[in-house]
Design a protein around this ligand. Sequence first.
Ligand code: FES
Ligand code: FES
Length: 151
Amino acid sequence: MRIELTVNGERAEADVWEGESLLFALRESLALPGSKNACEQGECGSCSVLLDGELVCSCLVLAAQADGHEVVTVEGLGAGDELHPVQQAFVETGAVQCGFCTPGLIVATAALLERSPEPSDYEIREALSGNLCRCTGYAKIFDAVRLAARR
Ligand code: FES
Ligand code: FES
């Protein structure tokens, strides 16, 4: 089946099969490999994107469900060559090691700061509880979120 959607502000079309995930369509059909495929079970958050402004695991959303909707991926957060403030904060605080979890964490953090510009530590923990990182121990990630919030 053919789907039409808006991805990072631009109209996009893709041929997908009925059971195909949005994550697969983004990566394989729409040339957007920023969203990572780790568990494909909704456990790790590495595939996080915004669907009509809501944070979702794109591995759990059918591509067909995104037909006619708006998707923002990590590639769409910055403005041209300019990093999004959350991306910049992750770089500056050393919150990126292998980087596999980073796109999902950045999308989740951007969504958090959009709805709560000055989050408490509890809110940060709650908001990022669906995003797993096996490298950093989370301290630097929290530093990045706090830095982005201050800005
Ligand atoms: S790949 Fe989607 S939650 Fe892990
Ligand atoms: S930086 Fe490696 S999994 Fe998070």
